[in-house]
Design a protein around this ligand. Structure first.
Ligand SMILES: Nc1nc2c(c(=O)[nH]1)N[C@H]1C(S)=C(S)[C@@H](COP(=O)(O)O)O[C@H]1N2
Ligand SMILES: [Mo]
Length: 365
């Protein structure tokens, strides 16, 4: 299409500049919020969080294209550079990086465990997304333009917007159909977007060892280790490895937020059995699982009863990397909540909001 005509077409479909800018900000907020929220969803009833994240992502591609075509002159012409241009460029890089990795992940151009340096594609996506938050806010602060009523008025503007969303949803659906037909990186996906690990077998070697960057304790000596069950209990327990009695078996699906999943047979102690021995009082409502590194996660007590403190996977004793001597197996929860190297099971009368921060920074000392 000749440049002139393309320019005119773009003008016809694109919303007013200020509206594009404020919509970009609003949709980035939706993406960050739905992206983080998606980390907490481990069961299929939360599928819409992922769907929303993908469709809004495609809509962002359109809006960013409008924006970049508008500011192209300012960016490519050195005479027009200002001190804040570097910030604008960084913001654009983070936005493009987040969108490109997100799209590449959905389309399935690389395997679920392919690493870029240390990180999987999906982890890089998360990194770009988180970097975008401070960048976009700083960028907004330097180029602040108050939104005006007129930007948001008019049936045509509303229609254009609805059109963008519908186009995003349609494109996403077409992509799904295409990858189902072609069998490319879509067929075995969970609703979370995670794909099955490609490794063979069912023991320690059959799925990746995944820890947050810094959580990397020394191997724990089984003979010196013990599991403490305390907090709100009548009889605190201190169990060494030999007295654990790991007689509970269950198949469970480990779904890591870096984009892979594995269904394996786990064996260990049912947390309900531990609680029956320790005797929690009526006000006990939560159970906290604490790693030797300080990493921790808390589950509502009824859910915790059904979880395992596991010592074996696929018929093998857990390896150090997978959390030996014992790790939490929390069916229906995302992988990061399956605390490894558990040393303490603490019964409580409340949840533990600080765990969100602790899981991010544990291991840095
Ligand atoms: N103590 C501790 N437990 C942890 C982690 C960690 O970094 N430290 N990583 C979590 C994450 S992100 C995942 S996906 C699973 C991975 O378990 P695996 O290494 O056995 O595959 O462990 C979880 N448990
Ligand atoms: Mo993970």
């Amino acid at each position: 299409m000749p440049g002139r005509r393309r320019g005119r077409l773009l003008k016809r479909v694109q919303p007013p500049p200020r509206l594009v800018d404020w919509s970009l900000l609003a949709l980035v907020c939706v993406e960050v919020a739905s992206g983080l929220l998606s980390f907490t969803v481990g069961t299929p009833d939360g599928w819409y969080v992922f769907r929303l994240h993908r469709v809004v992502g495609i809509t962002l591609v359109f809006l960013l294209a409008f924006k970049l075509s508008r500011v192209r002159g300012r960016l490519l012409n050195r005479d027009r550079w200002r001190p804040t241009t570097a910030l604008s460029v960084l913001t654009a890089v983070a936005a493009l990086g987040a969108l490109a990795t997100g799209v590449a992940w959905v389309v399935g151009v690389v395997g679920p465990e392919t690493r870029i340096a240390y990180w999987t594609l999906l982890s890089v996506h998360v990194g770009f997304g988180l970097a975008l938050v401070p960048l976009a806010l700083a960028h907004l602060a330097t180029r602040f333009r108050r939104p005006r009523r007129v930007d948001f008025e008019g049936r045509r503007t509303a229609l254009r917007f609805a059109g963008l969303f519908v186009a995003g949803a349609v494109l996403y659906r077409l992509q799904e159909l295409a990858s189902a037909t072609l069998g490319t990186g879509g067929a075995e996906r969970r609703f979370t977007g995670s794909r099955p690990v490609e490794d063979e077998g069912d023991g320690n070697g059959s799925f990746p060892v995944t820890s947050w960057v810094a959580d990397d304790p020394d191997p724990i000596d089984r003979a010196a280790w013990s599991l403490v069950v305390d907090g709100l209990v009548e009889t605190p327990l201190d169990l060494d490895y030999g007295s654990l009695d790991p007689d509970a078996e269950r198949e469970a699906l480990l779904d890591c937020t870096s984009g892979w999943y594995a269904v394996r047979e786990w064996r260990g102690v049912r947390v309900g059995d531990l609680l029956d021995r320790a005797g929690p009082p009526a006000e006990a409502s939560h159970v906290r699982f604490v790693s030797t590194t300080g990493y921790r996660w808390t589950l509502p007590i009824e859910e915790a009863r059904d979880a395992l403190v596991a010592t074996h996977v696929g018929g093998e004793r857990l390896s150090h990397g997978h959390g030996a001597p014992a790790r939490l197996v929390a069916p229906g929860r995302r992988g990061f909540q399956w605390v490894k190297w558990v040393v303490r099971v603490e019964v409580r009368d409340r949840d533990d909001p600080a765990q969100w921060l602790v899981t991010l920074i544990s291991g840095f000392d």
